[in-house]
Each structure stands twice: as structure tokens, then as C-alpha cells.
Design a protein around this ligand. Structure first.
Ligand code: NAD
Length: 696
């Protein structure tokens, strides 16, 4: 009897085990099928048969309707341009569809071709391909279009209102297909989102060369962008959008934290109990409340677009939301009184905040603005007194009237700030062209006292980032763990921290504060829960720091401790960007209106070992106002990667320091002399100073 029971139990158990195994195998099969499907979809590029057209998804954030700027003949040209991606047999169906998109949205996005698979940075081994470098680029492209990362994902816009990865979905599909086919003997050439094709090259060449918005200089006005973008022949790559290097708002949280911390240092006040007022909860601006929390102050951030506010609130990037201005005022008074560390969003227009706080005599310590004024007429800045929807309507249908409303608001905005600064507020321009556009609108922001200064307020680069970071070579170095594993990110944080802690022991006093702030940052990075999208980290480091951290990663990869690492940086850096009102606004020898540094930089990076390089017109402060470039570099643990990182990172920082030192910036002269002392192969032309008394 006992034996019979035993047998029966064993049979039942075996059945259960078999069932479990079957269910496990079917799950594995499903996963494999899914992966196969994804790989196949990538490899097929633009499908031969038209996919079923998809409904416009109104649950997510969309780009506003763009200006209707093309003549009838130009509209025909735009449609011909769009249709050249497709076999002629599909033209009769696609023509009316694309025409409708052009009329409804002002651009042809080719919504029908949006992939059905989920858009996010997959672990590198899930991508099809013949070389790891190309797979890494695919991972980065998908991250830039991830719905949790991108501002208008279905219009292929990553951030900044118009920072595009591609102009349309056909370009995306073709590019991914090329990447899945390419070998290490080819380079993919990207013309403003359009994949021109694969060209024969060599192992050490960049796998991808990206140009965005490069124009004949006379065709670089705001309306030229509207026109040539609508024609489908150029795009606004912003900075890390069109160069596949965006890592969500984390990238900017760090820079913003440094700015807020140093802003409070500048006015000799502790952030605790201090009030910071600003605006924008978009791509980059969304980092401000989090940075304020890390610094320890009370942050008030106004945002006119409810969806943007909801996104940042749901991601815990801002603590509280108020729609009633008086309730907001009372809450802020309490928070300041109790020295709380809290970030508060105002669901409305920033001008209302400045004006109400003035009437209520609420003292603001630090003030700034991060509306997208680099793009004032097409959704970057919203007029006061109109709802978000009313503004969008007016922008599309009455662009001239909209322009007037924007200018009126800018004058009111600046006047309210002036009243606060008269009472002791320290206001800085956040590189969003606020002072530039306000002055163009006739606001009272010009400096009438100092002939060398254009505006009555400085920019954050002039006062903080330039002299304290860029001139010493400190800038936004970043990395992404290609495995997609959080544990790899943790290990890289620890490695980077160890490198910096070793370096600070012998760092000169001039850069101790920087080193210290960055060690603090990396120690708190995990706890601050900064990852949105790919497993990425940002850290400000100088040339030596970047090289040492990268070398330590490369070794850890070789030792099997971590998977591949993708290095990069924001374009907003020491050498990458020429922008007279932002990155190079603390250059005062006249060369701030030249772009030699950014162009030299991308050329130099490309032959020193970058995996991909990019150079853009427009980004941050606007089309025609800036030239900026960046790079990506895959570390795979090999000696070749070691050689590349040493050569390229060294140039990528010291190029800019040499230019800043030639402009007579003392901090840069210090840094370049130090670099020359360490490397006999570096020999830079140094400036001589002229005694001012000779001019009397
Ligand atoms: N964070 C940084 O370190 C940094 C550095 C340099 C420049 N910038 C500049 O800051 C600007 C913002 O960048 P972003 O990526 O966040 O752009 P974004 O377009 O994603 O966000 C700007 C936000 O401002 C909101 N807005 C516009 N007008 C408003 C108003 N009157 N009141 C309240 N909200 C309003 C918009 O709805 C939008 O969500 C850009 O011009 C960028 O170049 C930021």
C-alpha cells in the first residue's frame, strides 16, 4: 500500500515537473520568437508591403503643428522628396496620406511606418548586426526615441521642442537596417536624419558620421529651418538628440545641481532655506526640481504644459504640483520658513509666478528661466493670459499675432524679474536665449553701464560654468552600460568614484572644489535614482579624469567584471560647442562669434578613434546661433579601445582649453600649462598680456 502511494505521488510529481518544463520552454520560445521578430523587423528596413496605417495616438505628448510656410510648388517638392523613400507602386496610397500630414502637422512624419515593437534601449546582444559598434549605436538611437525619454517620440523629437533624431520614420527604418548590415570596414553617412548610405572605410574610422542642419551660412535664419525642414532636406539635431547621446534628464541634473550649488555660493547663502524660482519641466528643464532637491533648497518651477508636469511628477522629479497661484504662494512661504528641501511645480505660466511673488513680497534668492526661447515662435515660449491649447491654436493659425503675444509676455517677464533683482534676487540666464529674445522684444535687459557687457544679467556660463568648469576642462562626461544591467551601472559608479578619490589626493587647489563636488555626486547617484531609459551615468571630469575613468572601465571589461561601455558627453562642454550666448559666452576676445573650435573638434575626434561623431547647426540657443558637436565611443576591453580613448579624450578636452587660454582666460591658461607639463608632445601657443596703461 505504502509503495503504491509512493508510486502515485512520484507520477503526480513528474507530471507537475513536466508541466513546469513545458511552460518554461514555451516562455523561452515566446521570448526567442519575439527577439527574432524584432531582429527581422530591423533587418527588413522599409517594408515591401505597406504596414497598416496606425491611428494618431493622442494619449502621448505630440509636437505642435509647425508653421505652414511652403508655397504650393514647394509642397509638391516636399511630397516628392518624401515619396522617394518608397517603391513607386505605393505612391498612389501614400501621396494623399503624406499630403494630409503636411497640411495637418506642417511636416511629413510618415506615422504609418512607426514600428510596432516597443522603443527602448535593449541590451546590446538583442540587436542584429555584424559589428558591436553598430549595435551600440542602434541601442543609443532607440533610447533617444523611448517614450519615457523622448519629448515627442512619434515625431522623432527627443528634447528641446524640436531636437530631432530623424525627420521621419522611413529614415529611422533605413538607418537601423544599414546599421544591422554594416561591417567594421564601412561608415554610415547621415545627412540631417537622412541615411546617405554605407561607404567603404576602415577599422579605425568612425562607424557613423552625422551632420545636422549644416547650411550655407546665409540660409540659417529661423524661417529657413522651417522651410527646409518642411521640405525634408534638413533637421534641427539640437545637441544630443541628433547625435544619439541623450540620457534623459539625468544628463542635465548634474550640471544643474552644480549651477544651483555654485549660484548659492556666489551669493554667500546656504541653499537650505533658500528659494530658487525658474520655469520648464521639459527635456532638460525637467531636471531643475531634482537638482534643487539635491542642492537642498526650495524650488518653484512653472510649466504651462500639463502633460510635461504630469510626466515629471509621475517620475518623482518634482514633489508637489499647484494650479492655484495663491495656494502656491502660501505653500512656498511655509517651505522657506521651515527650511524644507522641496520642489514645487506651478501648473501655469512663469510670468504669473514672478508677478505674484513680487506683489506678495516673497523674496527669491536665485532666479532663472528654462523655457525653450531658442525656439520662440514655434512652441518654445508660451504667452501669459492664454491657455496652452489657445496658444497652440494661435501659433498655427495666426503666427504674426502669436509673435506679438510672445514679445509682450517677454517684456512683462523681464520687468517682473527686474523688480525682484532690485530687491536682491540673483538672476542668471540659463543659456536658453532668454536675455537675447527679451532684448529683441524690447524688454529692459540691456547693460547700459558696462560697454563690454551686453545684458544686465550674466549667463550661467559667464558666471559659473565657464570659469569654474569648462576653462579647467571639467565637463559632462557620460557613459552607458550596453548590457542594460543596473548592476553594471553600480560597478561603474564604484570604479569612477575610486579613480576620483585617488586623483583628488594630488589635485591642485584650483580644482579641489570640482573634484569634491563630483565625488559627492557619484556617491549619491544611486540613491538619487537618476536613471530614465538606458543605464547611464553623467559626471563632470577633466581630461585626466575622463581618461583615467575610461581606462579603468576598459580594464574592468577585459577582466569580465562589466559588459561593454559606451562613452560620450553632452555637446555642452569645454570644446564641443561654439555658442556666443552660452558655452563660449565667457570668451571675450571676439572669437566667441567664430566656430573653428567646434569644427576642429569633430574633425580631430573622428581620426583619433571615435565610434561616431556629429556636428550640428542649432542646439540650445537656436538655429544659426551655435555650432556644436559630439561623439560616442564603444569600449570593448581591447588594447585598440585603450589606444583610442587615450588619443581621443585627450584631444576632445585640450582642444577647447587651448582656445580658452588663447582668449586670455586665466583658468584655462593654468589648465593648458599643466597639461603641457605632463605631456611633452603638447605644445600650445600662449597669449601675452598687454599692459592697459599703454592705451592711456
Ligand atoms: N538645463 C540646462 O543645463 C540647459 C543648459 C543650456 C540651455 N538650456 C536651455 O533651456 C531650454 C529648455 O530646454 P528643454 O529641453 O527643457 O526644453 P523643452 O522645450 O523640453 O522644455 C521647456 C518647457 O518650458 C515650457 N514653457 C514654455 N513657455 C512657458 C511659460 N511661459 N511658462 C511656463 N512654462 C513654459 C514648455 O511647455 C516646455 O515644457 C532650452 O532653450 C535649452 O537650450 C538648458
Amino acid at each position: 500500500m505504502a509503495i503504491a502511494v509512493k508510486i502515485a505521488v512520484n507520477i503526480a510529481l513528474m507530471g507537475l515537473i513536466r508541466k513546469r518544463i513545458d511552460s518554461f520552454l514555451s516562455t523561452v520560445k515566446k521570448i526567442l520568437n519575439k527577439t527574432m521578430t524584432f531582429k527581422k523587423e530591423i533587418q527588413q528596413g522599409i517594408p515591401n508591403n505597406l504596414p497598416v496605417s496606425i491611428d494618431y495616438d493622442s494619449s502621448i505628448n505630440h509636437a505642435p503643428k509647425r508653421k505652414d510656410i511652403l508655397s504650393l510648388a514647394e509642397k509638391k517638392l516636399a511630397l516628392q522628396n518624401a515619396l522617394r523613400y518608397f517603391d513607386a507602386k505605393h505612391h498612389a496610397i501614400l501621396l494623399p496620406e503624406f499630403k494630409n500630414e503636411l497640411e495637418t502637422y506642417g511636416r511629413i512624419y510618415m506615422y504609418r511606418f512607426r514600428p510596432k515593437y516597443k522603443m527602448y534601449a535593449r541590451p546590446i546582444n538583442e540587436y542584429p548586426g555584424k559589428c558591436e559598434q553598430a549595435k551600440a549605436i542602434m541601442l543609443m538611437i532607440q533610447n533617444n526615441l523611448d517614450h519615457t525619454v523622448a519629448q515627442h517620440p512619434q515625431e522623432l523629437i527627443t528634447y528641446g521642442g524640436n531636437g530631432a533624431v530623424f525627420q521621419n520614420w522611413a529614415q529611422y527604418l533605413l538607418t537601423m537596417q544599414y546599421l544591422s548590415e554594416m561591417t567594421e570596414k564601412q561608415t554610415l553617412v547621415m545627412y540631417s536624419g537622412h541615411p546617405q548610405g554605407l561607404f567603404p572605410s576602415h577599422n579605425d574610422a568612425p562607424r557613423v558620421v552625422v551632420t545636422n542642419g549644416m547650411m550655407i551660412p546665409n540660409y540659417s535664419k529661423q524661417d529657413d529651418l522651417e522651410k527646409f525642414n518642411a521640405l525634408g532636406v534638413t533637421q534641427y539635431g539640437q545637441m544630443t538628440a541628433g547625435s544619439y547621446m541623450y540620457i534623459g534628464p539625468q544628463g542635465i541634473v548634474h550640471g544643474t545641481t552644480i549651477t544651483v550649488l555654485n549660484g548659492f555660493r556666489k551669493i554667500n547663502k546656504s541653499p537650505f532655506g533658500g528659494l530658487f524660482v525658474t520655469s520648464g519641466l521639459g527635456g532638460m528643464s525637467g531636471a531643475q526640481p531634482k537638482a534643487g532637491n539635491i542642492a537642498g533648497c526650495v524650488t518653484v518651477c512653472a510649466e504651462i504644459n500639463k502633460k510635461a508636469t504630469e510626466t515629471r511628477h509621475s517620475q518623482d522629479w518634482v514633489d508637489e504640483v499647484y494650479s492655484d497661484i495663491l495656494k502656491l504662494t502660501n505653500r512656498v512661504k511655509t517651505a522657506v520658513k521651515n527650511k524644507e528641501t522641496v520642489s514645487i511645480a506651478y501648473d501655469g505660466n512663469i510670468v504669473d509666478v514672478w508677478e505674484t511673488f513680487d506683489k506678495e513680497d516673497l523674496h527669491i534668492d536665485l532666479g532663472s528661466d528654462q523655457t525653450s526661447l531658442h525656439n520662440p515662435w514655434a512652441g518654445g515660449y508660451y504667452p501669459v493670459g492664454l491657455s496652452y491649447e489657445e496658444s497652440n491654436e494661435m501659433m498655427a493659425n495666426k503666427p504674426e499675432a502669436f509673435k506679438e503675444e510672445v514679445k509682450k509676455t517677454l517684456r512683462r517677464h523681464a520687468a517682473a524679474i527686474n523688480r525682484h533683482t532690485a530687491k536682491g534676487t540673483y538672476f542668471f540666464d540659463y543659456g536658453n536665449a532668454f536675455l537675447l529674445e527679451a532684448s529683441r522684444a524690447g524688454a529692459d535687459v540691456l547693460d547700459t553701464v558696462n560697454p563690454l557687457k551686453e545684458f544686465r544679467y550674466s549667463s550661467y556660463v559667464q558666471d559659473i560654468m565657464g570659469p569654474m568648469c569648462f576653462d579647467y576642462g571639467f565637463g559632462p562626461f557620460r557613459w552607458v552600460c550596453a548590457s542594460g544591467k543596473p548592476e553594471d551601472l553600480l560597478k561603474t559608479d564604484q570604479i569612477a568614484c575610486e579613480v576620483l578619490e585617488e586623483m583628488i589626493k594630488t589635485s591642485p587647489p584650483e580644482i579641489q572644489q570640482q573634484m569634491h563636488d563630483n565625488i559627492q555626486w557619484i556617491k549619491g547617484a544611486q540613491e538619487n535614482n537618476l536613471v530614465v531609459g538606458s543605464q547611464a551615468r553623467i559626471l563632470y571630469a577633466d581630461a585626466e579624469g575622463r581618461m583615467k575613468i575610461a581606462a579603468a572601465f576598459n580594464k574592468a571589461i577585459a577582466d569580465g567584471i562589466i559588459g561593454y561601455i559606451i562613452l560620450g558627453r553632452d555637446h555642452h562642454d569645454v570644446s564641443g560647442t561654439d555658442s556666443p550666448y552660452r558655452e563660449t559666452s565667457n570668451i571675450y576676445d571676439g572669437s566667441q562669434f567664430t566656430a573653428d573650435m567646434a569644427i576642429q573638434n569633430v574633425i580631430g575626434d573622428s581620426f583619433r578613434g571615435a565610434t561616431w561623431v556629429s556636428i550640428h547647426n542649432g542646439g540650445g540657443v537656436g538655429w544659426g546661433e551655435v555650432i556644436n558637436g559630439g561623439f560616442g565611443m564603444v569600449l570593448d576591453g581591447t588594447s585598440s579601445a585603450q589606444r583610442r580613448l587615450e588619443s581621443m579624450l585627450y584631444w576632445d578636452v585640450n582642444n577647447g582649453i587651448s582656445r580658452r587660454s588663447w582668449a586670455r582666460n586665466n583658468e584655462a591658461i593654468f589648465a593648458i600649462k599643466r597639461a603641457m607639463d605632463k605631456n611633452p608632445n603638447l605644445k600650445v601657443t600662449l597669449p601675452n598680456f598687454v599692459d592697459d596703461s599703454l592705451f592711456k
